[in-house]
Design a protein around this ligand. Structure first.
Ligand SMILES: [Zn+2]
Length: 117
């Protein structure tokens, strides 16, 4: 009973909040359902998607980490919506892996050249 009251109070606060976390509120309108969801598990990527604070250039530009807000794969604005709903998301994943592998290869080559010298 106490827990139900607490969950209801938190839900009312959540619904009444019209200034912060509006994106998250749009994704999780009822916190009681989220709390009771058996497969509710957050991770690095889901947290970024739920908060909009992550490797989305529309966000990183606002905090001064990117010079522009364009998606590196299709040149549209890189928002969380673009990342999770874009038709290029699988290609983007493949491209991301290629970029990471190239970077690892480049760093390995630089390290080997330094060790040789
Ligand atoms: Zn894109």
């Amino acid at each position: 009973m106490q827990q139900e009251r607490s969950l209801k109070r938190r839900q009312n606060e959540w619904q009444g909040n019209e200034q912060m976390a509006q994106w998250t509120k749009c994704l999780i309108p009822d916190t009681r359902e989220w709390i009771k969801c058996l497969h509710r598990r957050s991770n690095y990527f889901l947290t970024q998607e739920l908060t909009r604070h992550g490797a989305f250039k529309a966000y990183t530009k606002t905090i001064g980490k990117s010079k522009n807000d364009f998606c590196r794969f299709c040149e549209r604005v890189d928002t969380v919506e673009h990342t999770i709903s874009g038709k290029d998301k699988w290609n983007a994943g493949h491209e991301m892996i290629k970029i990471i592998m190239k970077e690892k290869e480049r760093k390995g080559r630089i390290r080997r050249e330094r060790e040789r010298d």
